[in-house]
Design a protein around this ligand. Sequence first.
Ligand SMILES: Cc1cc2nc3c(=O)[nH]c(=O)nc-3n(C[C@H](O)[C@H](O)[C@H](O)COP(=O)(O)O)c2cc1C
Length: 255
Amino acid sequence: MQVRLEEFDDPLGVARVEAGDECRIRLVGRLLVGKPGTRDRLPPCAAGTAAHITQIKAIVLNCTLKPSPASSSAELLGSQVLEALKEHQVTGELVRIVDHDIRFGVSTDEGDGDEWPQLRERILAAQILVVVTPIWMGQPSAVCKLVLERLNAEISETDDQGRLSTYGKVAGIGVVGNEDGAHHVTAELAQALTDVGFTLPANAVTYWVGEAMQTIDYQDLPSTPEKTDLTTRTLATNLDHLARLLDDAAYPATA
Ligand SMILES: Cc1cc2nc3c(=O)[nH]c(=O)nc-3n(C[C@H](O)[C@H](O)[C@H](O)COP(=O)(O)O)c2cc1C
């Protein structure tokens, strides 16, 4: 029998597993579930083993300039990342930044109706953050820059051991354009995200720009290109993998 997250009413609680259940028990009795075959097999559980189940959560931020209900290529790529994460039992949400009153600034709360604090709570409640941006003039969108500036406030938010609130969180990147600039945008985002304490996995980005100097958008393609689809699924696999590793082994205290 495959132990699956959905079988437990309280996925964050303690579950009892039967003898022979296919599961993974870590040293501290933590049970991690995943897609069969995606991880090394550990010996079957002993009957009655108590196992903690970690529910990994993700939040995907769409940094398009277009408010809902306009269709957005970044929305499409972001939703595909979420779908791919679901394959790893990661739950999540997709937030379109321009639909919210997020103020400019570099603090955790700019006051006066700023909606960043509520969004920040949701970011802090997730172990995985994915920032998806369109490319404008070879740059991340202004909305993406706004998000990065707001995340910059986290460099002052530490726990009692000096670790940033973002330590232990994993970040991924999605980029859409219709001609060029994905690598440059990735470099900007990767630098900013590590600067504020996120950890990036291998192959931390999925993107699509198509052929140079063309005008076809990601959302206009008849189907998702195989290469981008594979890259999105690889990103999700690596995000999930690293999030679970960091959940098991927190960063040490900062001297
Ligand atoms: C004025 C303008 C500038 C753009 N600049 C770039 C660019 O430098 N590189 C690129 O690949 N795409 C560029 N694009 C294409 C957008 O990134 C593309 O339309 C993207 O899919 C928009 O995402 P969204 O629908 O989520 O907003 C540009 C589009 C416009 C209208």
